[in-house]
Write a protein that binds this ligand. Structure first.
Ligand SMILES: [Fe+2]
Length: 140
């Protein structure tokens, strides 16, 4: 697949979150490349774990602020984060069982890529608006 590119349509208006989204997109792109080019089991697992690790870091940043600020739409947002994490776990299981199949490659592009873009454009943009209204400065 062609790389996902970050552009201003993905901006949530809060710099540290935009920066984290850029990193997340880069890691999805790397994962997608590793699978498409059959870079070998170890390399793919490594890329996948790298992606999972960053996802956890990024989601906890958002969740920390949502909790601290009593964000009204937190419940739905947390459900979405859990959904993504569970997609990553399924992907890892599928890959460990079947290797770098077309199905695995497709789920990275369709599920992870599309999910993330939709999530950023709707749910994260709303959260960004909330943060700006509250005048919160994010430190990470
Ligand atoms: Fe989010």
């Amino acid at each position: 697949m062609s790389d996902i590119m970050w552009d201003s349509s993905l901006s949530v208006g809060v710099d540290p979150i935009d920066e984290q989204h850029k990193m997340l997109i880069e890691r999805i792109n790397n994962l997608s490349k590793a699978v498409e080019k059959y870079m070998g089991h170890t390399k793919i697992i490594e890329t996948l774990l790298f992606m999972t690790e960053y996802t956890d870091f990024h989601f906890s940043t958002e969740e920390k602020y949502m909790k601290e600020l009593d964000y009204p739409a937190i419940a739905n947002h947390l459900i979405q984060h859990e959904e993504f994490k569970s997609m990553l776990r399924t992907l890892e299981e599928d890959f460990r069982e079947d290797g770098a199949t077309k199905v695995v490659s497709k789920s990275i592009n369709t599920f992870l890529g599309n999910w993330l873009l939709n999530h950023i454009k709707v749910v994260d943009v709303n959260f960004g608006k909330f943060l700006r209204e509250k005048g919160v400065e994010l430190t990470e």
